[in-house]
Design a protein around this ligand. Sequence first.
Ligand code: PMP
Ligand code: GLN
Length: 392
Amino acid sequence: LNRRLAEFGTTIFAEMSALALRTGSINLGQGFPDTDGPEEIREAAVRALRDGRGNQYPPGPGVPELRAAVVDHQRRRYGLTFDPDTEVLVTAGATEAIAAALLGLLEPGDEVVALEPYYDSYAACIAMAGGTRVPVTLRPSEGSGEGGGDRRFRLDLDELRDAVTDRTRLLLINTPHNPTGTVLTRQELTAIAELAVERDLLVVTDEVYEHLVFDDAEHLPLASFPGMRERTVTIGSAGKTFSFTGWKVGWVTAAPALVAAVRSAKQYLTYVASGPFQYAVAEALSLPDSYFEEFRADMRAKRELLAGGLEQAGFKVFRPAGTYFITTDIRPLGESDGFAFCRSLPERCGVVAIPNAVFYDHREHGAPFVRFAFCKRTEVLADAAARLKSLT
Ligand code: PMP
Ligand code: GLN
């Protein structure tokens, strides 16, 4: 293994899912739903397969139907307009979009400012591209609400400013944010946009959880802020929005020169992927608003169920404004090492979770935090909550 990758080892998701299987535990670690997406969209995939659409290499930028559906979705929801021929690229999930964006845009030695904790592929892909990561740590804050109502992880705008140097090439943003569940506010995004314009930076923004926002939170795409349309690479995915994480259909929207750069890398990674599924996802993106509303309401109820269970079990809960993850602080349980806690949890109560420390360069900042996924059936979450309660 080369030096660039040596520090990364096996992804925590593979490790923890294997642990769940081995111990017969409830897997609230890796974020994938235990119920597949809509029947009619599965049927659309079957039809595409049967009718011979996408069984051979699809076009490099993605099938026209899907590119049109992505454009329509961005216009309908956010009022953003893109040219389906030059400003959209279909990828093998958001994972490939992240890799191709970094490989296509970074020069060796370029610095990438990213919000810490960060999704684990960011660090590895920055390393593969020869870049240097510069983490800006999101800080836990209690907020002013009753009972931890607006407790969240916050972006310190001064720290963000201070992280930018003459070597900074791009900002790597993620909202709604995995693993903290933070949805960046209009004020935070405005500051990011102003900084990007002032320092002439590119922004890669991972918005795969765009449809998973709760209560008063609103997902605002960075590309919609002043000066950002031309400098922002936006990444989306069907895995999270439609509960088909195995299909690996993602996409990039950006100005033509940026899409061309991402495509240059992408064509030598997979070239193309997921032919028939691209047609099905085109139909999924065109589902009526009611689909998205019901999905969100369903996930909100699941969030409440698991958050309540975790609170009763004694965890301090950061109720997420977005994503399907709950970050908790384990210190009220008399624990302080999330790694040790997660390794012992299957034996102690038959539940698997993810130690947030893996998403930090400054591991000490992440040590007491543990992430639980709630994209699971109600009875599974209820069972997990009961098991966790037996901890105390
Ligand atoms: N970005 C974030 C923040 C994620 O949580 C994930 C995985 N769930 C991905 C990207 C990867 O998405 P995909 O499965 O579409 O590759
Ligand atoms: N994104 C999912 C998570 O955060 C897992 C994806 C993966 O296994 N790489 O849990």
